[in-house]
Design a protein around this ligand. Structure first.
Ligand code: NOJ
Length: 556
């Protein structure tokens, strides 16, 4: 068995609540997934990553777990999980679970016992007394809520929660907690899953004493837990579990990660993680926080792409993505809803010819777009709700608060998948748990299947093209037109074979010239989002959001 099977494949991410309702209660579930496994396989991916399926009170839709050993009744039970797993495997699809261990839900039995001082759970979480002056234990800021300390009457102490107050941080320095994590991992690996995506994994080790922070640009306190002092020790401990299950792999979510630092996690045979989800390319339209949006800046995006491609080359392996359940839809951000299909195809080429394992998020393959709802009550995500509260505290009028929230909320990627032009977009016969984007009569899987020029067929063609392709697997990456604010141009090259990708990020015409430094003997068009139009030897003028991909023979 090839231990690095994950390199020559792509994953499809399922956010279960909105994927497909199979039992008619308006909530996506594993019966729905079972129905759609052949569809997933047909995309040309080799595996599925499930966002959390476990029991959860849904303060953060599954990222607050109250039982790691059971499937949430909303999504099914262990029996249907096993059926999905078995069918996925029989189709040749790997299955990766989310492992959320930085925190649990407050409803988890460990927390309930911990707050009551029942051993051995007392030290499972990060409890602190108030400061001598009665203030919070330190001055850190929360990632989701402005505060990260919550007073608990039962314990008579504060507990730390980097995310929402329903997500208390586990005390990873406690060996018993780490033993629990090992048990959870073994449980799912023994059931047959192929690995984990470890949630905010680089935050699990906190600096001893949890010191106060000074003035910082960014979040106060973060430097005391981002890649904290014992992070490698803990990750190695979890890595060792995989030695018992040798064909499994680990992927870590790593906010604030830079490519330089990433190498200490993903390089070498004894690496902590096989790859990482970083965020740098997802900030090209943000200022400091995701809730302060700026016009899209292509140079920022290109810098992030190129840094990761170059730094990790021959040392580590990239995870490639443009969408997941934490970000609004990419066509609405980096592309154009007016040129939805054209820009969707261009964006697909902008990342799929890079080196790494691509992750496609449900609905991305048909070009789903953002929602825009009138009132805060219409939105479901805890972060949107919290940002609204903060705006109110700053006396921002409703209009201004909603103007910040609408383009930024994670809710936009969490609307039900649009399967057909039928009732509720074919997601459910019952009233769906959340708003269905009203563009479903036009944007849906059935319509995309019928249209030979759809984004769906384009994704299939790209994913199939990638398979076993040496240039994509091993080729050196090089960027051209670095200073351009409109074009992203890159090549991959391996043993005399090359691929040239020219992406226009604008509807305006741009005169593109083949780079002089590009030493090619022959050039054949491979993919484009417009009908073929021959290029002159010196170049061509782009159409709105045009992409052209060429396969080349390089000199020497
Ligand atoms: C990252 C997950 O992707 C996100 O959805 C979640 O809210 C946070 N981690 C906290 O678990």
């Amino acid at each position: 068995m090839n231990r690095e099977w994950y390199k020559d494949m792509a994953f499809y991410q399922i956010w279960p609540r909105s994927f497909k309702d199979g039992n008619g209660d308006g909530i996506g579930d594993l019966w729905g997934v079972y129905e759609k496994l052949d569809y997933i396989k047909s995309l040309g991916v080799g595996g599925i990553w499930f966002s959390p399926l476990y029991v959860s009170p849904n303060a953060d839709f599954g990222y607050d777990i109250s039982d790691y050993y059971q499937i949430s009744p909303d999504y099914g039970d262990l029996e249907i999980f096993d059926k999905v797993l078995q069918k996925a495997h029989s189709l040749g699809l790997k299955v990766v679970m989310d492992l959320v261990i930085n925190h649990t839900s407050i409803e988890h039995d460990w927390f309930q016992k911990s707050r009551r001082g029942i051993e051995p759970y007392t030290d499972y979480y990060i409890w602190r007394e108030p400061k001598a002056d009665g203030g919070k234990p330190n001055n850190w800021q929360g990632i989701f809520e402005s505060e990260c300390w919550q007073w608990d009457d039962v314990a008579g102490k504060y507990y730390l929660h980097l995310f929402s107050s329903g997500q208390p941080d586990l005390n990873m320095d406690n060996p018993l907690v780490r033993k629990e994590v090992e048990n959870i991992m073994r449980f799912w690996l023994s059931r047959g899953v192929d690995g984990f995506r470890e949630d905010v994994i680089t935050f699990i080790s906190k600096t001893e004493g949890l010191p106060d922070d000074g003035f910082v640009i960014g979040l106060r306190g973060m430097r005391f837990y981002e890649s904290g002092p014992r992070i490698h020790e803990y990750l190695q401990q979890y890595r060792r579990i995989l030695e018992e299950y040798p064909d499994c792999f680990l992927l870590g979510e790593a906010p604030m990660m830079t490519p330089k630092k990433a190498l200490s996690f993903v390089a070498g045979d004894k690496r902590d993680l096989d790859m990482m989800f970083h965020f740098q390319h997802m900030e090209a339209d943000c200022f400091l926080t995701e809730y302060l949006r700026l016009p899209f800046n292509l140079k920022k995006l290109k810098r992030a792409f190129s840094r990761w491609q170059k730094r990790l080359y021959n040392k580590g392996w990239n995870a490639l993505y443009l969408e997941n359940h934490d970000h609004p839809r990419v066509i609405s951000r980096y592309g154009s809803e007016q040129y939805r299909v054209e820009s969707g195809k261009m964006l697909a080429c902008a990342f799929l010819f890079q080196q790494g394992t691509p992750f496609l998020y449900q609905g991305q393959e048909i070009g789903m777009t953002n929602i825009s709802l009138p009132k805060i009550e219409d939105y479901a995500d805890c972060v949107a709700q919290d940002v609204y509260k903060r705006c109110k505290r700053m006396h921002l009028p409703d209009k201004a608060a909603m103007a910040l929230i609408r383009p930024a909320t994670r809710d936009s990627s969490r609307t039900p998948v649009q399967w057909s032009a039928g009732k509720n977009g074919g997601f459910s016969e019952a009233e769906p748990w959340f708003y269905v984007n009203q563009n479903y009569p036009e944007i849906n899987v059935e319509a995309a299947e019928r249209d030979p020029d759809s984004l769906l067929h384009f994704y299939r063609a790209l994913l199939n093209y990638r398979k076993g392709n040496d240039v994509i697997l091993k080729g050196k990456y090089r960027e051209y037109e670095k200073q351009s604010r409109k074009l992203y141009v890159y090549t991959r090259e391996y043993q005399g074979k090359g691929i040239l990708v020219v992406c226009s990020f604008t509807e305006k015409p741009v005169a593109f010239q083949f780079p002089k430094k590009l030493k090619v003997e022959t050039m054949e068009p491979l993919f484009s989002n417009y009908a073929a139009e021959p290029a002159k030897p010196e170049g061509f003028t782009t159409r709105p959001y045009e992409v052209r991909v060429y396969s080349c023979r390089t000199k020497g």
